[in-house]
Design a protein around this ligand. Structure first.
Ligand SMILES: [Zn+2]
Length: 96
């Protein structure tokens, strides 16, 4: 019988979008990095990428995540950059 506390359901695409966004935004000086813009960017990128829900056991996540990252890295960067420029161009929170 598996120890059920060790089981997790995770959307790997979401984890990697967060990771990619952090890395890319670190290198960008001119964009607004408020929570609203971050969530907007994340939402657009996630809607353009396929979700990848995976069940993992404790300790298993990094191997699986690394494999998945290698497969989708190019698309991730493309979609996060695309979403960043969309959000930057309309900057919704300034008009509120
Ligand atoms: Zn903002």
């Amino acid at each position: 019988m598996e120890n059920e506390d060790n089981l997790h359901l995770r959307n790997f695409t979401e984890i990697l979008v967060d990771e990619t966004l952090d890395r890319l935004w670190d290198e960008m000086g001119e964009i607004c990095k408020c929570k609203r813009c971050r969530f907007d960017t994340k939402a657009i990128a996630l809607n353009n990428l396929k979700p990848n829900y995976t069940v993992t056991e404790q300790g298993e996540i990094y191997t699986k995540l690394n494999n998945f990252r290698n497969q989708v890295q190019v698309d991730l960067i493309k979609e996060v950059l695309n979403a960043t420029f969309i959000v930057k161009s309309r900057c919704s929170h300034y008009s509120n």
